[in-house]
Design a protein around this ligand. Structure first.
Ligand code: DX5
Ligand code: ZN
Length: 220
């Protein structure tokens, strides 16, 4: 995947008409970002397995599932069965990230690892080689609509350099505070998959918002 892509985050969508919301971005986006929060790892609760299973019946988009949960290893199989394609967990939430990546792969899914913005990059670097997606958080996980944190760009560039060194084609994704300005900066630093909640579903014209983000992101 070399082209820049947007993964709309349904956290900012209208849950009352979720499938209609998805239909609006479906023609322009391959990935759909799904935030799962447990009220424990993060101070918020969002959606879970039954909603994902239901959405799976309505769309063929790639489900980019972002688990903000403690002990993700206990739930991986259920998320896989529900229809997730990429399953991304936070490295500090499990004792053995390498093993968890392997288990996700054994279930026929693509493992992703996420890094909290307050965590040093050394926590994630040893596991970059195990994952198909590296999710660099640019806000404190738990809520949409926050401001893109300074320092994220260097973190993206560090992962980009490590993937190049390894010869890995894993996707670098960035999550939080993406708008027309930060989209371009994140892509300049090496990100390829931009998660956008508020910047897409917070706008009246969701498809137009995706098009704007894509055009800003590719002006590098
Ligand atoms: C935050 C979530 C994000 C969130 C991003 O914990 O992981 O995916 O939806 O929202 P925006 O794009 O509004 O910052
Ligand atoms: Zn997310």
């Amino acid at each position: 995947m070399n082209d820049i892509e947007i993964a709309p985050s349904i956290l900012s969508a209208d849950f009352g008409v979720l499938v209609d919301e998805i239909r609006q971005v479906e023609p322009l986006c391959r990935f759909l970002h799904i935030d799962v929060m447990d009220g424990h790892y993060v101070p918020n609760i969002s959606i879970g397995i039954p909603v994902i299973r239901t959405l799976r019946k309505h769309t063929d988009m790639i489900f980019d599932c972002h688990l903000m949960i403690s002990e993700p290893e206990k739930f991986i199989k259920r998320f896989a069965d529900a229809g997730c394609d990429y399953i991304t967990f936070h490295v500090e939430c499990t004792d053995d990230p390498e093993r968890l990546c392997r288990e996700i792969r054994d279930l026929g899914k693509k493992p992703g690892i996420a890094i909290h913005p307050n965590m040093p990059m050394e926590k994630i670097m040893p596991f970059v080689r195990c994952a198909d997606l590296i999710l660099i958080m640019s806000v404190i996980p738990g809520f949409g609509g926050q401001k893109f944190m300074e320092g994220t760009l260097e973190r993206i560039a560090a992962v980009r350099a490590e993937l190049d060194r390894l010869g890995s084609d894993a996707i670098i994704s960035v999550d939080g505070g993406i708008n027309n300005d930060t989209a371009r900066m994140a892509c300049d630093a090496g990100a390829r998959l931009l998660v956008a909640g508020n910047a897409v579903f917070g706008q009246e014209d969701h498809a137009g918002a995706v098009r704007d983000l894509l055009s800003c992101a590719s002006q590098s």
